[in-house]
Design a protein around this ligand. Structure first.
Ligand code: GLC
Ligand code: GLC
Length: 813
């Protein structure tokens, strides 16, 4: 049978993506939860939940290397006579009469219909609560009485997701549960040091349960055909060790036309040390009872859901554009902002392409994510900046990652990525421009979380800048360290040992000449920001000191970083050029084109225009701009991980979407609106939605990290969806540089850069205590605002001065 080629569509009215065929090319997922309790959920209800940290507090189990099989999740089995089916199709995969999955803003609704019964499950995490709600509605649409047997299913993870998948000799003996009424408690390791447990509850009497996986599933069976379900008989098993699960069994009778709701709750509880037990070895369930009581009826659940929806109404009302172009509007108003929130929450830790085990919050990643999120909930952005800065070292270097639970730097990966410090400036400046809150600069922030080492956040910024200028190489360009933004350009790691990590091996740094043009550009961009900030807060001497360093860097790039048609990428350990016409392969790289054009280095001599032209000529392909060209065709010992990837994938000439916006911003600054737009539209999911269905294969509502490049075996295949700096960079690019609404210290700067076909559009922008309705009239111009009229009066220049209240603005180009 010819497979259906379209798997879903956008529903802008409801801010949902509607999946109509469960057999999507890969699992298409969504995220639930906004702050502490989080879940990943696929279109077949696969996925898992955790509290704060996907590694240390994993609540439910998922399977390693599981795309596309997607085994593990929250499953409802419905046994109707001899037919067993799931509303989300998996795991039984019984063909459904109707299937639909609606991924919305922090919720997912999965609906299946079979033989006259409809089962619809709404999944969400209520605000400020540590639980996932699963509201199941069963409806009898037939003309007969239905006697259904309903089984729920969750599999517990023994908390630490890493040891859960490797330390079986212990795990098989530690699992413990308690059962009380309709609630199954998971309390593994609670008897010793843990002060937390989880529970799975349903707000109805149950007629049976199971908590031991093998008893429920049966030896050598799969989730698709558990013995208990197939026979329609729960075993009432009590898990001792092995693999504990939670399954409720409920007998449901439905008259024709009748429907019933069941509220399932997956919750997480922490107790004080001296209140852990209510009797010897019996967990104190007081808080669990309280949480259950808050959500034990349909009405309470619907109210909690309405609150969640209201939050998203508010968040998405801060920046709203109306261009008349649905494809653009839906990405700007809905999905791009939504993806920004998700990446802010998870950094690169937990997706179907990231295990949730290996990585916490990235130092550079999280700073970049800030620019996509800061307008939404500024206080959380503020806290994030402090958390990130607290993992910096006294010399300005930084832990590359930290764990969200402990907020401690991650020693497995350590530091030495020499671009990291600059990103702190980038994030902090974005925060201050959005909020006007300069007080953050006076916050006392420790080094490496060590009490007693606190200095002001401003001092952290200062030593960040210093870290670059104190680590210059022979061309007065920044030394790269283990790597710069490109984690895989490892110029001081000469490795022939497959057991070594490219990222953490830096075995030849002594005497290195490896320098990065990407950091040079980044330093100039953030250095200019830093200088402006210093002037703003009356630190004229510091501004002057850093301006000199910036000027020197610009000179160094012009002198040693220009290759004739584009900016070089780097110098290697021996001082040889990388990303030069002289090289056999990888003659040109995108990162230095992006950053040096954003820094406008040599614009006056035509370098920027030439670099941008070269990007079009050598990097652009059907699906976007590749990272380097031509791809490396073999492993180069001096370059590290980058050349370990086959041609066209990831950092070896993949379309690493994250960096495309850098060039687009370069285009915008240069006033080349047509080019900026055509690059942008190539990687804008709604614009290439058709391609997503069959070629990119990943979720069409968000950007993925990488699309295979022109040199790949399968060009156009997408990978690593959801968690990527692409989200924040796409947002920053479209909101500030294309549509041209730029928060600044004293107000909002209007400076769009548009294709000449652009027509009038309006942006509603809440900004601090003001609300602006800004109409832009491009008149066929790509760049250059001629006049700005605020509340009927023309102003000087293009910055709308900040003043609380509502304002109507008109800008003519
Ligand atoms: C990944 C990392 C990011 C890095 C990029 C390029 O997205 O999370 O930190 O900059 O890869 O290597
Ligand atoms: C791997 C990935 C790269 C990512 C890095 C982060 O090297 O290929 O994209 O940035 O891991 O640790």
């Amino acid at each position: 049978m010819e497979q259906q080629k379209r798997y879903g569509h956008f529903d802008d009215q409801n801010r949902e993506y509607v999946i109509t065929n469960p057999q999507t090319p890969w699992p298409w997922i969504n995220y639930l939860g906004n702050e502490d309790f989080f879940s990943l959920i696929s279109n077949t209800a696969g996925g898992y939940s955790f509290y704060k940290d996907a590694k240390f507090r994993r609540i439910t189990r998922y399977r390693y290397n599981n795309v596309p099989m997607d085994n593990g999740g929250r499953y409802f089995y419905i046994k109707d006579g001899d037919t067993v089916w799931n509303p989300g199709w998996k795991p039984c995969k019984t063909p459904l009469d109707f299937y639909e999955c609606r991924h919305g803003m922090s919720y997912t609704r999965v609906t299946g219909r079979k033989n006259g019964v409809e089962a619809s499950v709404l999944f969400f995490v209520p605000l400020k609560k540590w639980c996932e709600v699963q509201k199941l509605t069963l409806k009898n649409e037939s003309s007969e009485v239905k006697q259904l047997k309903l089984f729920s299913f969750e599999e517990w993870c023994l908390w630490n997701a890493a040891t859960d998948m490797e330390n079986f000799q212990r795990n098989f003996s530690t699992g413990e549960v308690e059962i009380e009424g309709s609630t199954i408690y998971h309390k593994t390791e609670y008897r010793e040091r843990r002060n937390h447990y989880a529970f799975y509850h349903v707000n109805a009497p149950i007629q049976g349960f199971d908590t031991d996986r093998e008893t429920f599933v049966g030896l050598y069976n799969e989730f698709a055909n558990p013995d208990a379900v197939m026979e329609g008989k729960p075993r009432n098993s009590h898990a001792h060790g092995w693999s504990p699960i939670a399954s409720h069994y409920i007998e449901v009778t439905l008259q024709p036309g009748e429907s019933k709701d069941f509220v399932f709750l997956l919750g997480y509880i922490e107790n004080e040390q001296d209140e852990k037990f209510e009797a010897p070895q019996v967990i104190n369930k007081k808080k669990a009872h309280a949480l259950i009581a808050e959500l034990d009826t349909t009405e309470k659940v619907d109210k909690a859901f309405a609150e969640l929806c209201a939050l998203w109404d508010n968040l998405l009302n801060i920046y709203k554009v109306k261009t008349g172009n649905d494809k653009l509007d839906r990405m700007v108003n809905i999905w791009n902002q939504y993806q920004c929130m998700v990446t802010f929450n998870f950094s690169r830790s937990a997706s179907f392409f990231e295990s949730g085990v290996g990585r916490g919050m990235g130092f550079r990643d999280s700073n970049q994510d800030l620019v996509g999120f800061v307008h939404q909930i500024p206080p959380r952005a503020r806290q994030r900046i402090i958390d990130i800065a607290s993992t910096q070292f006294p010399d300005g270097g930084c832990y590359h990652q930290y764990q969200p639970l402990t907020k401690r730097g991650n020693n497995d990966i350590g530091g030495g990525f020499n671009d990291d410090p600059c990103w702190l400036i980038f994030g902090t400046v974005a925060y201050i421009k959005e909020t006007g809150d300069f007080s953050i600069l006076d916050e006392m922030v420790p080094f490496d979380n060590q009490p007693g080492t606190e200095v002001t956040l401003f001092d952290h910024l200062k030593i960040s800048m210093n870290h670059v200028i104190e680590n210059l190489g022979p061309h007065m360009l920044p030394l790269i360290g283990r790597a710069d933004w490109n984690d895989c350009l490892n110029l001081n790691c000469f490795s022939w040992d497959p057991n070594e990590s490219f990222q953490t091996t830096e075995n030849v740094s002594e005497g290195t000449k490896a320098e990065s043009l990407m950091i040079a550009g980044l330093f100039v961009v953030t250095g200019k920001d830093y200088v402006a900030l210093c002037k703003k807060i009356g630190k004229a001497d510091e501004a002057e000191r850093m301006q000199k360093a910036v000027d020197a860097m610009i000179e160094a790039v012009k002198k040693h970083g220009w290759d004739g048609e584009w900016y070089l990428r780097a110098y290697d350990f021996y001082g040889r050029k990388i990303g030069s016409n002289e090289c056999d392969e990888a003659k040109i790289f995108i990162e230095s084109q992006g950053w040096c054009t954003m820094a406008e280095i040599g614009a006056e001599d035509g370098l920027v225009a030439k670099s941008l032209d070269s990007c079009k000529k050598y990097l652009e392909c059907e699906h976007g701009m590749v990272l380097n060209n031509p791809a490396f065709s073999k492993y180069i010992y001096e370059y590290g991980e980058i050349s370990s990837y086959p041609e066209g994938y990831k950092e070896n000439a993949g379309i690493f979407c994250h960096n495309n916006p850098w060039v687009i911003i370069g285009e915008c600054l240069a006033g080349r609106g047509n080019d900026a737009w055509s690059h942008y539209a190539k990687i804008l999911p709604s614009y290439v939605e058709e391609k997503y269905q069959t070629l990119h294969k990943v979720e069409p509502y968000v950007n993925c990290q990488m699309v295979a490049g022109k040199d790949a075996f399968k060009p156009g295949e997408g990978k690593n969806s959801w968690l990527t700096g692409t989200a924040a960079w796409m947002w920053y690019t479209v909101s500030e540089f294309i549509l041209g609404i730029k928060p600044d210290y004293d107000g909002i700067r209007i400076d769009p850069c548009l294709p000449e076909t652009a027509t009038d559009y309006t942006v509603q922008r809440k900004f601090r205590d003001a609300e602006y309705e800004i109409t832009i009239r491009p008149n066929g111009a790509q760049k250059g605002v001629k006049q700005v009229i605020v509340d009927g009066k023309p102003i000087d220049g293009t910055v709308i001065p900040y003043s609380p209240g509502k304002h109507v603005v008109e800008a003519t180009m």
